[in-house]
Design a protein around this ligand. Sequence first.
Ligand code: BES
Ligand code: MN
Ligand code: ZN
Length: 494
Amino acid sequence: MVKTKKMEIRATDTAKLAWTGDALAFGIFEGKTAITGELAQLDEKLAGTIAELIEETEFEGKLGSSAATRVGGKSPIRKLILVGLGQTDDLKTDTVSVAAAAIARQAKNQNVKTLGISLPVVKDAATTAEIITTAIMLTLHQDNRFKSEVEEKGAKLESVELLELGAQEIAISKGEKVASGVILARELVAAPANSVTPITMAQTALEIAKEYGLSLEILEQEDCEKLGMGAFLGVAKASDLPPKFIHITYKPEGTPRRKLAIVGKGLTFDTGGYNLKVAGGIETMKMDMGGGAATLGAAKAIGQLKPDVEVHFISAVTENMISGRGMHPGDILTASNGKTIEVNNTDAEGRLTLADALVFAEKLEVEAIVDLATLTGACVVALGDNISGLWSTDEKLAQEIKTAAEIAGEKFWEMPLEEKYFDGIKSDIADMKNTGPRQGGAITAAVFLKQFVEKTPWVHLDIAGPVWAEKESGVNNKGATGFPVRTLVNWVLS
Ligand code: BES
Ligand code: MN
Ligand code: ZN
């Protein structure tokens, strides 16, 4: 193992003009490539390199675009990195995040060791420092856990200085804590099903609980039986691994301002069961615990950030397998609220596990429940890879999530919780079936879940698309994204 120095991020009052080091990076708004004022002074100092770089690369300042070059001579700055900020009017927190990501990628490609970053302030200097920190950490996160050998190419970024922001230790540390939660979620999702199992998910929960002083309850199969969690246990039946129902609680000192629950779908693998998935659908199903992973990621971040809010982190973790013990299509399960479900499709297993998890969450008498689940392919068909569906019984809560998401730069689109679609899951023999018609499949899934939440304001997030990225974009690298940890953290803190 090569010992690598930890990257240090700090903010200072240093101006672009005064900074010295490996590479100076700064943002340029779209169409604002004329060099005037401070930039002209800097360009003069760098012997016209800025103007030259803009001209040569036809740099326009489009959001996320970037250009880099070597500065000649004995310049106190060896390299220059320009990043596009898009239209001035569109400046928001996500702009800074996307720009910082582009800078981090350039810095890596250019083997930069010491980097100075100057980006516009959004909201305030602290928020800006926090967002840049998270973005850099997420962009540079590389998962080599499953490689037997790692090629360490080029120099490693050692220090990053956020210019013209003043001292921002608290904000930077906050940004690092948030990133650590996102990275945990990424690594859980990326790990294959022979590495992340219900048992290891419970161990991870225990590590988080121990490290940050949270309380942990793991319900074993017998405990779940006692609570009548027939829906969750029905799914777990075919697996040789024991199911684990994870419940982490973060309690602030003193009276909490709010009490919230986050419930994540935790299928460490989804074969589909007897309604077995086919090639092209089954290979990616290690990511079917993306909701649970983000729940643990949020717990890790919240455990460090210690807000004045009580939060319950819940995930009913199991695998959906096939075996002589597995559910048959047509089996009838009884959930912990007494409702009966005819399982007309064993591949609609996520909603079965969530049914009992939602009933459990509601018994905790929280003010709001947010569930997140890689629930349906239908949601991916409807909204594509980058946007999560959002369903809600409470407009205020939905708005809270949307606001938190906007700041995080994570995308959600509200979908109708159409009661009439319950008709599609009416059963002749039980209270409901677990699947309806193909059309509107993400909506019927949400309507199914609603049967397990009586009165608590509730939001359901179908994250089947955004938990995984086919190519790098913004702070996301190819693979697991850690979506939507940042939204969850922003929401709890809001
Ligand atoms: N885990 C899948 C949903 C999924 C599909 C997530 C693609 C990510 C990418 C879920 O358990 C599932 O199999 N859903 C079925 C529901 C159907 C049987 C009603 C689906 O979407 O096909
Ligand atoms: Mn399934
Ligand atoms: Zn699934």
